[in-house]
Design a protein around this ligand. Sequence first.
Ligand SMILES: [Zn+2]
Length: 247
Amino acid sequence: MTMSPLSNRVKNSEDLVPGDHIYSWRKLFSYAHHGIFVGEGMVIHFTSGSILGISSSSSTPGKKTCPYIHPRCGIEQKPGSGVAVTCLACFERKGSLYRFEYGVTKIAFKLHLRGGTCTTAESDPKSEVLHRANYLLEKGGFGKYNLFRNNCEDFALYCKTGLLTIDIDKASGRSGQIADLVKMLPKKIKAKYFSHCVGLGRYGSDVGVRDDVIKVPVEDLVADNSTQDDENDHLQDNDNATQDDEK
Ligand SMILES: [Zn+2]
């Protein structure tokens, strides 16, 4: 399906395909909210909680607040997690729905007057996209929401591409929380994926061409701390053993 760069509006939600990255302009906030359409009228997205009236920090996380009485809407959110699954109507909030475009040419990318509508990066296969979104929902992982540094768009871009941006010089300001997440990854994993970024030139802040992006499997992103502690303990044991040998 080819669409002109400026006509990516989704007029009929039946045109959506599971795995689509969609967004809805919020008039009141003058910004777009992003998510991954996962089929059956549902969207998985990363939210501060207050945006959708679903509080991720309340004592009753996942409390059902859907005015459309959708059976799944808002109830699968992990306590303290910003990753939620809601119905399309709650996601759209009377706004209009758009599809984020992947694999656009550099020329098309430049034609977009407003950022956050497309990328030159290619989308991974739909099964991979759905796996990442569902996994992050299930595990409740994607760090803390920050409108400017780790937001719904970063989440959707990650689900589509597996790419994380690393804020090496802190100049871009965006995805700083992601950088924190990346810092927590075991060294071996960082070394393995960081090599993927070599040879790419910087082009604006598009993940498709940034030189500070790495591809990280969702299982590694949500690697639980106990595994990491075990590894650190193991390394420490080795250090001790070496010291003992030297004595
Ligand atoms: Zn709903």
